[in-house]
Every structure is written in structure tokens, then in C-alpha cells.
Design a protein around this ligand. Structure first.
Ligand code: ATR
Length: 284
């Protein structure tokens, strides 16, 4: 009898995760002998989970809040990308060795360029937020050759830290922090080719008050990492102005697809994966 190997995602909480639906759909359709499970792992249980993952021969797992940094201590290798971003979202288990990767950055870039046709070289972006998701996005955009990235965050010190740190690591791109002040942001918009929201504003239909998208170039792309609702007030406003929009499910899909490749060595069927993801999103 052929055995089935396990994949999964660890987090606390974990019930909301869309990854099991997305991965199992594509694994089933492709006849892969893997099954992807959500594992509720509290910080106190992380060490036990790692031991069990090795004993049970898990092929790999995704890592979400609050383990993206804590998992580092158990890894025997961390990709340069994950190191620079400061977070691991995908682990590959080979024997007793665990390798850590970050597919959020690559997944974001892939989804942005494929879904909107955005060409990063020599462009300017304004990124709202300076948390973990922002770090992956800023890293991906700088690596892709943007000329300038401005980061605005409610807690300015966090934006300043991110801009300083990445400014040193990614020297080809000018990375600056700007105040999280709506009138200043409105004044910056005419020079912006890409506006990205990495904050949680937009969940529960909350909005950036006073943000005026009228002054964005006609060719500008507005990208939102929030995936529920799929069309946030920011994206709705952009659509009303006939701007290109990039929804948050794209990053989710492509980070998953890149993790899938790391585990199986094969490209997943993106259509099946996306269909399952959007269906799961409706149900959550
Ligand atoms: P993630 O991993 O999703 O990026 P995070 O690291 O907790 O999560 O970051 C959340 C981001 O959303 C931060 O940039 C946060 O701003 P602060 O650093 O000031 O906390 C931002 N954020 C959350 N709620 C916000 C709000 N109501 N208005 C503006 N920014 C908000």
C-alpha cells in the first residue's frame, strides 16, 4: 500500500486558515499522496510539534502567527530571503533537517505582476503599514527593481526602522519612511505607480478616511493585502476611478503555490487552487 505523507500549517489560532482547502483541492485533483492539515500549535507546544513533525515524517508545513520568528531556532537552514525579511512561512522537512523559506515575498510579486501587468523596474511605490506583511512586500518590490519605496505607518518608528534596515540591505532602491498623515499621503500620490495597503485597515469594511485617489496616475495600480472583503473600500474607490486593482487573495494563492513547489517539486494547478481558495473565502 502506498503511504500518504502529511503537510500542514501551524498557528494559534488556526481555524480561520484557508490553506487546507486550497492545498487539499490541488493535491486531490493532481493525485498527489499528501494531505494538508491545520495544526493548532500554541507557543508552548511549538517544540513538541517540531519533534512530532520529524517522527511522523511530515513533508513540510506552513507557519503563521505567532510562530514566524519563533520557528527559526529549530531550523538547520534558512533562505537568504527569509533571513532578510525576518520571517519564515514555509518549512521543508528532510529527515531530521528542517529548512526555512519565505514564499510571501515571491508570492506577492508573482501575483502582482501576473494579475495586473505591473512592471516593477524604475517604478515608485507607496506602502501603507510596516508590520510583517509589509516587510515581505517591501523586500519583494525592492528586489524586483523599484526605484523608490515610501513606507507610511501609524507608528512612525516602525516605518523608520524598516526603511533604515532595508535601505542598507537593498541599496539599489531608495527606501524612505514618511508620516502616516493623510494630507501628506494625498500630496505624494501623483508620483506613485503602485499603492499597497499592508495594514489591517479594510477588514470589516473599515477605510482610510480622507485618502483621495483622484490624483493617482491613470496607469497606477492599487493593491490591498486584505482578502476579506475581497474588494475593500480602498479597492472599491480605485475601481470607481478605473484604476487597476490587485486583491489580497492573489498573494495568498501564490505564496501557497510556491510552498507547494518546495514540498512536491511540481507546479500546482493554479486554477484549481484559486477556485478552492475563493470558495473557502466565501464560507469563512
Ligand atoms: P502583519 O503581519 O499582517 O503585517 P502586524 O505585523 O501586526 O501584522 O502589522 C499590522 C500593521 O497594520 C502595522 O503596520 C499596523 O500599524 P502599527 O505598527 O502602528 O501598529 C497596521 N495597523 C493596524 N491597525 C491599524 C489602523 N487602525 N490604522 C492604521 N494602521 C493600522
Amino acid at each position: 500500500m502506498k503511504t500518504i505523507q502529511l503537510l500542514g500549517i501551524i498557528g494559534d489560532p488556526i481555524a480561520h486558515s484557508l490553506s487546507p482547502a486550497m492545498h487539499n483541492a490541488v493535491l486531490r485533483k493532481g493525485g498527489f499522496r499528501y494531505f494538508y492539515l491545520p495544526f493548532h500549535v500554541t507557543p508552548q507546544k511549538l517544540k513538541d510539534f517540531i519533534r512530532d513533525a520529524v517522527i511522523l515524517h511530515l513533508k513540510g508545513f506552513n507557519v503563521t502567527i505567532p510562530h514566524k520568528e519563533a520557528v527559526w531556532q529549530y531550523l538547520s537552514w534558512i533562505s537568504p530571503e527569509a533571513k532578510a525579511i525576518g520571517a519564515v512561512n514555509t518549512v521543508v522537512v528532510s529527515g531530521r533537517r528542517l529548512k526555512g523559506y519565505n514564499t510571501d515575498a515571491g508570492g506577492y510579486l508573482r501575483s502582482l505582476t501576473e494579475e495586473t501587468g505591473f512592471r516593477p523596474r524604475e517604478k515608485t511605490a507607496l506602502v501603507l503599514g510596516a508590520g510583517g506583511a509589509s516587510r515581505a512586500v517591501v523586500y519583494a518590490l525592492a528586489k524586483a527593481g523599484l526605484k523608490e519605496i515610501a513606507v507610511a505607518n501609524r507608528t512612525r518608528a516602525r516605518a523608520r526602522k524598516l526603511a533604515r534596515e532595508f535601505g542598507k540591505k537593498l541599496r539599489k532602491t531608495r527606501i524612505v519612511d514618511v508620516p502616516f498623515d493623510v494630507s501628506l499621503i494625498n500630496r505624494l500620490l501623483p508620483d506613485v505607480d503602485l499603492l499597497v495597503n499592508t495594514t489591517s485597515v479594510g477588514m470589516n469594511r473599515s477605510a482610510f478616511r480622507g485618502l483621495r485617489l483622484d490624483s493617482l496616475k491613470k496607469s497606477a495600480v492599487v493593491s490591498d493585502l486584505v482578502y476579506k472583503p475581497r474588494f475593500t473600500p480602498l479597492l472599491r474607490a480605485a475601481k470607481r476611478r478605473r484604476l487597476k486593482v490587485h486583491t489580497g487573495d492573489g498573494m495568498l494563492l501564490h505564496q501557497g503555490a510556491q510552498a507547494f513547489r518546495l514540498w512536491t517539486g511540481r507546479r500546482p494547478d493554479l486554477r484549481t487552487m484559486k477556485k478552492a481558495l475563493l470558495q473557502a473565502l466565501k464560507l469563512k
